[in-house]
Design a protein. Structure first.
Length: 355
């Protein structure tokens, strides 16, 4: 296992196993006896995206505002072995097993204190599937960054997911983000040539991160990153298992969060289409997006419009962060000033209404 930041090592570490036997972990940082916030990372990165020591990160901002953070590493974490060596999985498994198990672990320890969730990207898609399946009742409030119930990507990204899906059944099982692990000449070089867009950045790993998980679009605004963060992108990003791509493609084509395992009884708790069960969302929702989110475009604005029109009973609001892209809303050097205030205000306002 690679090293993590000292800040994370200082927190309380809880290892737990999901009902289908996958070992995950949670780390708690911030004040004791405070309202809790579960932080759910995107795919191919890890909980470290919320706790970069080189910037004022979201756990710092939450602690100062009187909230404790619970950093989950779900099965798609770049810091856990399951993502690269475990059996293939889809986001159904994250929604059915990982998120409910994490919430149960936290609730065991916080009693009846409020529990919020802040989720990014694929983490927010899985959260949408869990919540509309009624698997996470009684949350105090939810923040979804980039995407929630209505995934939408650019045409070029859609083509790249298609290319990736076509590789299923070949010997390629993962898309690496680290250029050093691929090298200049091996079997997969042609794939990377296809996936990596000719970016402006001279760092090949940065181009691969964008070409892989960014699917050819910008994952973040370069100017928003601290140089130290940019220098260790290869460490922050892990591999992407191809097993998730058909599910992702299906959802994106439908512009809706869908269950993949339709004929498998084990997954019957999950809705076939999360949007059709949006009325099961029982807490306030803040949809966040950078105005330049190239990964999910205006998915969250669309989600806001759809929910407002179809589910007037759901308390939903939308905040757009000017000039921000996707991942820089959490890993950007200025995110504490530009982004986290919206999250804290939402948590404070929702807490006040609960009191
Ligand atoms: Zn770069």
């Amino acid at each position: 296992m690679r090293s993590t930041s000292p800040e994370l090592d200082a927190g309380e570490l809880i290892s737990f196993r999901t009902a289908d036997g996958v070992d995950l972990r949670l780390r708690r940082v911030g004040p004791a006896d405070a309202p809790a916030v579960l932080l759910v990372h995107g795919h191919g990165v890890s909980s470290e995206m919320f706790a970069l020591p080189e910037i004022r990160n979201v756990t710092d901002a939450l602690a100062d505002a009187g909230y404790q953070s619970w950093l989950l590493d779900w099965r798609g974490s770049s810091r856990l072995p399951h993502n690269t060596s475990g059996r293939p999985y889809t986001f159904d498994d994250v929604a059915l097993y990982d998120l409910p198990a994490a919430v149960a672990q936290i609730r065991e320890r916080i009693g009846d204190r409020p529990l919020f969730v802040v989720a990014h990207c694929i983490g927010a898609l899985a959260l949408a599937l869990s919540m509309t399946g009624g698997l996470l009742p009684g949350l105090a409030g939810v923040v979804a960054q980039g995407v929630f119930l209505t995934p939408k990507v650019s045409t070029s990204a859609r083509m790249r997911v298609l290319v990736g899906s076509e590789l299923m059944g070949s010997r390629v099982t993962h898309i690496e983000s680290d250029f050093r692990k691929v090298g200049l000449w091996n079997r997969r070089t042609l794939l990377y040539a296809a996936l990596s867009r000719k970016g402006d950045c001279p760092d090949p790993t940065c181009r691969m991160v964008h070409g892989g998980w960014g699917m050819g679009t910008k994952l973040f605004e370069h100017d928003h990153l601290d140089a130290r963060t940019h220098d260790r992108l290869a460490d922050l990003f892990g591999a992407i298992p191809l097993s998730v791509l058909p599910h992702l493609r299906q959802m994106e084509l439908a512009h809706a969060v869908l269950r993949w395992n339709i004929d498998d009884e084990r997954y019957s708790a999950l809705p076939q289409n999360a949007l059709d069960q949006a009325d099961r969302i029982d807490c306030p929702v803040l949809l966040l997006s950078g105005s330049r989110n190239a990964a999910w475009l205006d998915s969250n604005r669309l989600c806001y419009e759809v929910l407002s029109a179809r589910n007037p009973g759901v308390d939903v609001r939308y905040t757009e962060i000017p000039s921000y892209g996707h991942l820089d809303t959490f890993i950007g050097r200025g995110a504490a000033l530009d982004v986290f205030g919206y999250i804290v205000d939402f948590l404070d306002e929702t807490s006040a209404r609960l009191a």
